[in-house]
Design a protein around this ligand. Structure first.
Ligand SMILES: [Cu+2]
Ligand SMILES: [Zn+2]
Length: 207
């Protein structure tokens, strides 16, 4: 009888050990899988760089805006292109409270104090000035307006499939154009500029 009990005891003990071993192995395997996933995630982040121009991958470009016409308006615009859609995120400071026009103009030349070195509205398809999406037509640079708060800050997110970053198509490529912010609002009807007043900030879209 004693011997039987001993055998049961030994059996139970060894079963317990092998059970623990299995558990440990499973834990180690899980850790390895998580580690691999982390490495893969950080590698895919690395492939997104501002100079990336491989087709089919996300392109990014950051443009700084400088103040013009004796204003204090500065800011940043981040362009990204993903799957044929360009997203433009604009963050500005130093504005007067209220509505201000924002357009793409013809040339990435912000050298003159009034910003007029950037030329007129970018209009490669010879359309009238207007509201984006208007069936009567609009310039490819007619982004529209943004609203500055009481502290003079404004943000705007705009996206379109009618632009590209460096694709070379003259009707879509925004490289070499300028971002212009105006003193006043774009009325979206006056020709050829929307009667938006002076140019208070300018940034060239160049790498
Ligand atoms: Cu303009
Ligand atoms: Zn226009």
């Amino acid at each position: 009888m004693k011997r039987v009990l001993l055998i049961i005891f030994v059996l139970a003990f060894s079963l317990n050990i092998s059970c623990k071993k299995d558990k440990k192995e499973t834990e180690v395997k899980t850790e390895e899988t998580t580690e691999n996933a982390t490495i893969e995630a950080s590698e895919s982040k690395k492939s997104v760089t501002p100079t990336d121009t491989h087709p089919g991958e996300i392109k990014k470009l950051k443009v700084s805006l400088e103040s013009k016409s004796n204003s204090n308006v500065t800011g940043n615009v981040l362009f990204t292109e993903d799957k044929g859609v360009v997203t433009m995120i604009t963050v500005l400071g130093g504005l007067t409270e209220g509505t201000h026009a924002i357009h793409l103009h013809e040339k990435a030349d912000c050298s003159s104090p009034d910003g007029k070195s950037s030329g007129g509205h970018w209009n490669p398809t010879a359309q009238p000035h207007g509201a984006w999406g208007d069936e009567k037509g609009h310039h490819k640079g007619d982004i529209g307006n943004l609203e500055a708060d009481a502290n003079g800050n404004a943000t705007k997110t705009f996206y379109t499939a009618q632009w590209c970053l460096g694709c070379g198509d003259p009707e879509r490529d925004i490289m070499g154009k300028a971002i212009i912010v105006h003193q006043g609002a774009d009325d979206l009807t006056s020709q050829p500029t929307g009667n938006a007043g002076g140019r208070v900030s300018c940034g060239g879209i160049i790498e």
